[in-house]
Ligand binder design. Sequence first.
Ligand code: CAA
Length: 548
Amino acid sequence: MAPHISKVAVIGLGTMGAGIVEVFAKAGHEVYAVDGTPELAERGKGFVTTSLDRAVSKGKLAEDERNATLDRITFTAELADLADADLVLEAVPERMEIKHAIFTALDDIVRADAVLASNTSSLSLTEIAAGTAHPARVVGMHFFNPAPVLALVEVIRTVLVDPEVVDAVRELALNLGKKPVVVGDRAGFVANALLIPYLARAIALYQTGAVSRTDLDNAGRVGIGLPMGPLTLCDLVGLDVVKEVCEVMYDATKRPSDASPSLLKQLVLAGRLGRKTGQGFYDYSADAGADEGESTGGMTTAAAVVGKGEIAELLATSLAQAGVGVTRIADPDADVAGLAGSPLVVLVGDAAEGCASCGGDGAECGCGATESPHDWFTGVAGVLDERSVVLTADEASEFALTGVLPADVAVLPLRLHRPTKGGQVAEFGIPLQATAEQVATVRDTLEAAGFVPIAGPARPGLVVDALLFQHLNDAVAMVDAGYATPEDIDTAMTAGCGYPVGLFAILDELGADVVADGLVEQASLDPSIVPSPLLLEHAAADKPFLAR
Ligand code: CAA
């Protein structure tokens, strides 16, 4: 018979456990909230009370509801109190021996039909279940941090579990107002298997020293449009948890990008676990100084914007509004001799449909459209020397300059990303020729023009697409492996990680061909990047992943 779940218990009152207690109690369940000692139970009560008080002060919870919620919770350090619980969920540290010891102790306490649930984010649920006397009643119930806010609950089934138990837990999650996704027992389940490698790649990039933590966070938050940047999110999740999931993922996949970056290991060893210890990638202590400032070069006073189309217009207008003296050249026949010595020259090639020179399909000027060098840009290049910093806003303009400019001229690839809630990213790559002063000037100029600047090595994908495209590819590979559907993955990432839209919605908007081509370019630097076969098939068939 399907278990009826009314009275619940949560063991372990850290960040996750306390949040889960709050979720159950708010939904009307009687809850035992358990920790190892009376002091820890009292600390847990403090977490829950503080959170409820915050909700009251924000006007989101009435005072009497707050009191009624607290009245439904019994804080205790005694497992023996849990004899009448219908479900016991553990949220204790991620060590198999602790989980087994708790479930073994519960075997002698709870009823034979009570459900034993684990909030594990990194251990094998099958191994947890197999170590108990009644594996058929053991199930995963994985919440996301902050549990009171995020709607996803991954319900993990094993080959040992009674399907009625899975159904009952799914139903329970629905009654809590959550969005359950039922999945099999695989490293990282759905959300962590996608999120944590993305976070690990960001940390790996940060530890090279080539990208600042502010730029990395802006790449995730503003560039991709996620609720938080990757390093800030690591600090929220806890660096110990991120590292544990990395290790489990690496164990399962042996992909270099899943391995725990050495900086992550060092921070965990140093006890800098993020917000919960007051320090992680950022310092949360009251006396923490301001964030690292990027070096300032002072914005440029003059710039030339050469090219057609919306991006050229946007750049020219934004720079002019920032007080830069802009020379705008939108006519391929215009005299460009005056650009000699111009401190900043921006070339925009293929933003307009077709060729930058003829504006069409190449038939008119015989340029062979966007992939050919353009007379227009090579003409511009002919008057430039090392006094100018050249920004190329797309591949067509980069291509047009190849081999044309003297080797000591700094040519910086520039990419404007679509605006998101946090603003519009203008990211640029730093070639070896660029001096620190030039980089700082470009950064300050883009910032003054209203963009969120991001700087990193001048390599395929720069920062934003290097993070995003591999994240998308991981999601496609998960579908290809038959573990989850695109719809389930989008639910997991929106409901579990607060993504404004799912990964497949982003992928369909960008186009599978664009992402596949980008990954092929990125693979030229890192052979471990392999576009998923399913991605290539969708690219070839020009077929979206989600039904429209
Ligand atoms: N408890 C209760 N409510 C909270 C909260 C908490 N700990 N933290 C934030 N909130 C509430 C705020 O009160 C606020 O509510 P209102 O809008 O009603 O006022 C709302 O959440 C938004 O908070 P803020 O305005 O302070 O800040 P924000 O808009 O930046 O949102 C956030 C904060 C909800 C954390 C959001 O940034 C977010 O969703 N970030 C992504 C978090 C994420 O990815 N979590 C999953 C990590 S992976 C995991 O947890 C699984 C694992 O196993 C590792």
